[in-house]
Design a protein around this ligand. Structure first.
Ligand code: FES
Length: 157
């Protein structure tokens, strides 16, 4: 894919071309494209005079960075201890079944991606699901279907 080098240049400048901010640059690029294209890693590495392998290694190490295109809505299913004990794995399975994708994948229409996280810091609401910036606490299988419909019908799209 072709990346907008002018936009990436301004991200690099924002951090004064400082190599120690490469991770922050990657995060900004991800915000721009909803994922981190390999071409952007390569461009940033070139600009900072860092071997591509180093940048790629960092990009694959941090779970928050995705090298694959993400859906318009990212469903984060919490599998921290509290959520795990209160049915998080079942909630995850239900999302996977309903959307016909596995964790880490994106639906064909590009609408949803599923990710897991380890504690979203609101354990009293376990099992917790976060879709983009919306939290859904004490999630049940019925709520999973409601969430999918809500975001599919464009209410929060
Ligand atoms: S374990 Fe899920 S919010 Fe803490």
């Amino acid at each position: 894919m072709e990346v907008d080098t002018a936009k990436i240049d301004s991200i690099i400048e924002k951090y004064n071309r400082d190599r120690s901010y490469m991770l922050a640059m990657f995060q900004d690029v991800q915000r721009l494209y909803r994922y981190l294209p390999k071409e952007a890693i390569s461009y940033i590495c070139k600009q900072l005079d860092i071997p591509f392998s180093k940048g790629y290694e960092m990009a694959t190490f941090y779970k928050a960075l995705s090298l694959k295109p993400r859906g318009r809505h990212t469903i984060h299913v919490c599998l921290g201890t509290a959520c795990h004990l209160r049915g998080g794995p079942n909630i995850l399975e239900t999302f996977e079944r309903e959307l016909h994708i596995k964790t880490g994948e994106t639906t064909e229409d590009g609408r949803f991606s599923i990710e897991t996280v380890n504690c979203l810091g609101a354990c009293a609401l376990a099992p917790l699901v976060r879709v983009d910036e919306h939290d859904f606490g004490k999630t049940t299988q019925a709520v999973v279907k409601k969430i999918i419909n809500e975001f599919t019908d464009g209410v929060k799209s």
